[in-house]
Design a protein. Structure first.
Length: 223
């Protein structure tokens, strides 16, 4: 499954690089939304299988996951089995725009209410620290930098936590890019899980020399 993407500006202004990221985000979200049900199910099953394998070595971990939107991979079946086997899970609560997320305890019985961008959030559960934080991938590159929705929530959250969790990017292999041209404050994930398997990223090898000196562009969750 090949995608026709805009050509990345190897040099030029910050504005051009941001325009490129915005255009790529639209293409990748369009590709994902257009996946037929059978293909989406097949690829998602592969990803869920790899994620379940990943969690077998972390049976007691508290996993901060995400509520699936915009045709993302639904990881709730794996999370529910993780809880049944003795693990715990949490979902993000967004206090407001440009603020870091807080993770609150979640079980299949938790009451959910619409939160930021109408995404469901746990109601009346406690904030908990997470050992593993899952980050949905709109796109990603081999260095572990992720292209998200543009709101910067994961990067702000990682900057705010007292102890950094293991960050795991979850997405489709077809959305792999050569380079997402990361911004100054972008943080690479530690692990990538796609339909092609599990990759551990050497984050010590990712430096700041090539990052664009700019915060993330506006959030496009509502598009």
């Amino acid at each position: 499954m090949s995608l026709e993407l805009p050509v990345a500006p190897r040099s030029g202004s910050v504005e051009k690089q941001s325009e490129w990221r915005h255009a790529v985000r639209r293409v990748l979200l369009g590709w994902r939304s257009a996946l037929d049900a059978a293909t989406h199910q097949h690829l998602s099953d592969q990803i869920r299988g790899h994620f379940e394998t990943f969690l077998k070595d972390r049976p007691a971990a508290t996993v901060g996951f995400y509520w699936p939107i915009q045709n993302e991979i639904d990881l709730r079946p794996v999370i529910e089995r993780h809880i049944a086997d003795g693990g715990t899970a949490a979902l993000p609560v967004v206090p407001g725009k440009d603020q870091p997320m807080l993770f609150h305890d979640w079980t299949p019985q938790t009451e959910m209410v619409p939160g930021f961008a109408r995404i469901p959030e746990p109601r009346d559960t406690q904030e908990v620290p997470v050992h593993v934080m899952l980050a949905p991938l709109v796109g990603f590159d081999p260095s572990g930098y992720r292209l998200g929705y543009g709101g910067g929530f994961f990067d702000r959250t990682l900057a705010a936590v007292k102890r950094r969790p293991l960050v795991v990017g979850i997405g489709f292999e077809a959305t792999k890019l050569d380079d997402i041209l990361p911004h100054q404050y972008d943080v690479p994930v530690d692990v990538l899980i796609t339909d092609q398997g599990i990759r551990h990223i050497d984050t010590t090898a990712t430096g700041d020399a090539d990052k664009t000196d700019q915060s993330s562009p506006p959030c496009h969750l509502g598009e």
